[in-house]
Design a protein around this ligand. Structure first.
Ligand SMILES: Cc1ncc(C[n+]2csc(CCOP(=O)(O)OP(=O)(O)O)c2C)c(N)n1
Length: 353
């Protein structure tokens, strides 16, 4: 299977199924991700967020566009530290999220961590673990289960360029290719793994490597949310119809340091300026403005929502040290993933069984 770098091969065309409501939604969720992360960084600088803070500035189009194209029953394993938008599209509560950042107890992780390593089974999201890219293999496992049970579902996983040199990456690709499983690999090529540029990471582009595993692969503009939506939507159709896995390389740029503790002094200024001019939110806002969408109203709503959530989050209590060792192991049967009333964009409305 030859790799293709042609976006049309991903099923993109002028006949986008996106409605005006979807377009406004895509912009709103990208804006929401940025506003939440800007607040998170502010709270971190005020000493209210322990540890560090990680954001995905400049990469909002990837996680928002990809998640928009999934059905609510399609699990994501797992959104990474640049992929907050996937959680937001699936309906993560903002007050809980800010409490989580601040390590408060009545929240998703009950104060055990303040990072973007959380998951929520009820939303079909498996939390990430730090060892990258272990969760890629978990996504392939989901896809295998769907195949065995005859379910029309597909799994999606995100990974960065840094992950492509690890063994798990190759194992996941190989397994998905051999069994032609319903899985989507979203490759967030943000040009650097911490301070290591891609030129020092691989001699052969992972998109070209994919062909060696029997995985269909394409490259798209990761700063164009509609391109990400279209590529993921086509990959999902292909997956649930038995066409096998797809790797989507999204070309984008990490506009901040690795985390709040990293000033990214190793990045070249002119490169960042070039990418700043292609900011995914600004460019999409401009495009929608030309279509008479009230972008300012969307931004105002986002700013107000986030500000209210931060105020409400301040009241949460801190966790009791005596509870630290609870919930380490699963008691009884694990709950099913994403089989409840998960929120999703409304796309991919197919019967799942
Ligand atoms: C196996 C493993 N080695 C090292 C790390 C530490 N680490 C966390 S994020 C990161 C950089 C990952 O780069 P990339 O996958 O390109 O994602 P990006 O941070 O650029 O979004 C590293 C080295 C890790 N989490 N797992």
């Amino acid at each position: 299977m030859a790799a293709t770098r042609d976006a049309d091969a991903a099923g993109q065309s002028d006949r986008s199924p996106l409605t005006d409501t979807d377009r406004a939604g895509l912009l709103e969720y990208m804006m929401l991700m940025r506003a939440v992360e800007e607040e998170g960084l502010r709270l971190y600088k005020q000493g209210k967020v322990p540890g560090s803070f990680y954001d995905g500035r400049g990469q909002e189009a990837v996680c928002v566009g990809a998640t928009w194209a999934l059905h609510g029953s399609d699990p994501i394993s797992s959104p990474l530290i640049r992929d907050l938008g996937a959680h937001l599209v699936r309906g993560t509560d903002l007050v809980e999220l800010f409490r989580h950042y601040m390590g408060r107890s009545n929240t998703i992780s009950r104060g055990r961590e303040g990072n973007v390593h959380f998951g929520d089974r009820t939303k079909g999201i498996v939390g990430m673990i730090s060892m990258l890219p272990d969760m890629m293999v978990v996504a392939v496992g989901f896809a295998m289960a769907f195949r065995m049970r005859g379910e029309r579902r597909c799994a999606l996983t995100f990974f960065g360029d840094g992950a492509t040199s690890r063994g798990d990456w190759h194992e996941a690709m190989n397994w998905a290719g051999i069994d032609q499983l319903p899985v989507i690999f979203v490759f967030e090529n943000n040009q650097t793994a911490y301070s290591t540029p891609t030129s020092r990471q691989f001699a052969v582009d992972p998109v070209d490597r994919a062909a060696g595993y029997g995985v269909h692969a394409i490259t798209i503009d990761g700063n164009d949310v509609e391109a990400v939506f279209a590529a993921t939507s086509a990959a999902r159709t292909r997956a649930v119809e038995g066409g096998g896995p797809t790797l989507i390389e999204t070309q984008t740029m990490r506009m901040h340091g690795h985390g709040a503790h990293d000033d990214a002094g190793y990045m070249e200024k002119d490169v960042l300026e070039k990418w700043a001019a292609r900011d995914p939110i600004n460019s999409y806002a401009e495009r929608l403005r030309a279509d008479r969408v009230d972008v300012d109203a969307i931004q105002a709503r986002v700013t107000e929502t986030v500000s209210e959530a931060v105020d409400a989050a301040m009241t949460g209590p801190m966790p009791e040290p005596s509870e630290a060792l609870g919930d380490v192991f699963c008691q009884g049967e694990a709950e099913p993933i994403g089989e409840g009333p998960t929120r999703w964009s409304g796309f991919a409305q197919e019967v799942t069984k």
